[in-house]
Design a protein around this ligand. Structure first.
Ligand code: SF4
Length: 216
């Protein structure tokens, strides 16, 4: 298959699949930069349904960074215990709120890279925030996105480097509406292209997938 065509086909079919199969998570509808950034921290190393379960209560109680800054860390930890790693997560939220309240007058700095000053915030959170909050076409990946790219575009033995994954994302993401592509890949990895026993028989891009084609 001609390579450019493959990226276009994967993009169109995955976005098409997403229209009928997307998860209706509240943070995907939010326009609040505060909620978008904090949600990315809550979503790290846990499953999305856990975040959905606490989402409304959490943001009812913690309406802004000041509420997190002023709150007791033990209570914050208890409020997010359903996500796991609550100790670590609470420390990140506290450090982030300290930075934003004391250095940026309560507003998230315009340059997302600055967020990485906070211990526990790395490329994924800052780039996901830039994409979902600021509508910037950034590249980032978790295990699901990496697996998706590996199976479709690579052989299964190669250890993919960051630059390779970013380059594949660049070729695959649409020029606008890229956030929908990220959400589509995340949902697709959760429902179809799962870590074990991917549901290849139900997959709309199996004829573009190296993993699948090498098994026939
Ligand atoms: Fe994943 Fe299978 Fe689809 Fe390939 S064919 S993308 S392995 S579900």
């Amino acid at each position: 298959m001609e390579m450019d065509f493959k990226y276009i086909q994967v993009r169109e079919r995955i976005l098409d699949w997403y229209k009928d199969n997307r998860n209706d998570y509240p943070w995907r509808k939010s326009r609040s930069l505060y909620k978008i950034l904090v949600t990315e921290i809550l979503l790290q190393k846990t499953i999305a349904i856990n975040v959905k379960n606490i989402y409304f209560d959490f943001f009812t109680k913690y309406k802004n960074f000041k509420a997190i800054y002023n709150g007791d860390i033990n209570i914050l930890e208890s409020d997010i215990k359903g996500l796991g790693l609550s100790n670590k997560r609470a420390k990140i939220l506290k450090s982030l709120s300290l930075l934003i309240i004391t250095e940026y007058d309560g507003k998230i700095p315009d340059e997302p890279e600055i967020l990485k000053i906070v211990n526990g915030i790395a490329d994924y959170v800052s780039n996901a925030y830039a994409c979902f909050g600021l509508n910037l076409r950034t590249f980032f990946y978790d295990v699901n996105i990496k697996r998706f790219i590996q199976r479709i575009f690579s052989d299964q033995e190669t250890k993919l480097k960051r630059e390779t994954i970013n380059s594949e994302l660049d070729k695959m993401l649409p020029k606008t509406g890229f956030k929908h592509m990220y959400w589509a890949i995340l949902d697709f990895g959760n429902k179809i292209c799962t870590k074990s026993k991917p549901k290849c028989a139900l997959c709309p891009i199996s004829d573009s997938c190296n993993y699948f084609l090498n098994q026939i």
